[in-house]
Write a protein that binds this ligand. Structure first.
Ligand code: AMP
Length: 145
């Protein structure tokens, strides 16, 4: 999908927000939601979204909503660091199919990185173990301040 188009209210993240699709939640407040990526590019890969902004990408989102989702992304990045002690934390956000975007509801990726551990392929289709994702989500959630 290109940068032009319309927000689809039935995209998978919108369904997660409405409780119509499952997710392993890490954090939720009035505006934002953080949950584990089920096809993670590394251990502890978290996604952060705005719950109501019908924006497909960073070009479309209203400044106030962008602020809320960015602040939650920072909280999650800090919590990921505290919980998992990575050597680095990658924060990424893709816009349009040519940039690698596969889900058209604005989201930030928070991906912990360790020296010598290569990053997994993006949206690989290899589903993570749910019990492990829940453990990681709990460990990260405990460190959110
Ligand atoms: P992007 O390609 O930047 O749009 O990222 C979409 C991300 O959503 C990818 O990293 C996928 O692994 C992830 N993803 C797709 N479906 C789900 C789902 N149902 N629950 C959690 N993560 C998902």
């Amino acid at each position: 999908m290109s940068l032009d188009g319309h927000y689809d209210p039935d995209n998978i993240f919108a369904k997660i927000v409405r409780g119509e699709a499952p997710s392993v939640k890490v954090f939720e407040d009035h505006d934002t939601l953080a949950f584990m990526d089920v096809f993670p590019q590394g251990r502890g890969h978290v996604l952060v979204i705005h719950k109501r902004a019908d924006a497909r990408n960073i070009l479309e989102i209203e400044p106030e909503a962008l602020t809320a989702v960015t602040l939650t992304t920072q909280r999650i990045a800090r919590a990921v660091r505290a919980a998992l002690q990575p050597d680095g934390v990658l924060v990424a956000q893709l816009n349009g199919g040519e940039a690698g975007q596969t889900v058209y509801h604005l989201h930030f990726h928070v991906i912990p990185r360790w020296q010598g551990v290569p990053m997994g392929r993006h949206a690989s289709g290899k589903m993570a173990d749910m019990a492990e994702l829940k453990e990681l989500a709990e460990a990260i959630a405990l460190e959110i301040s």
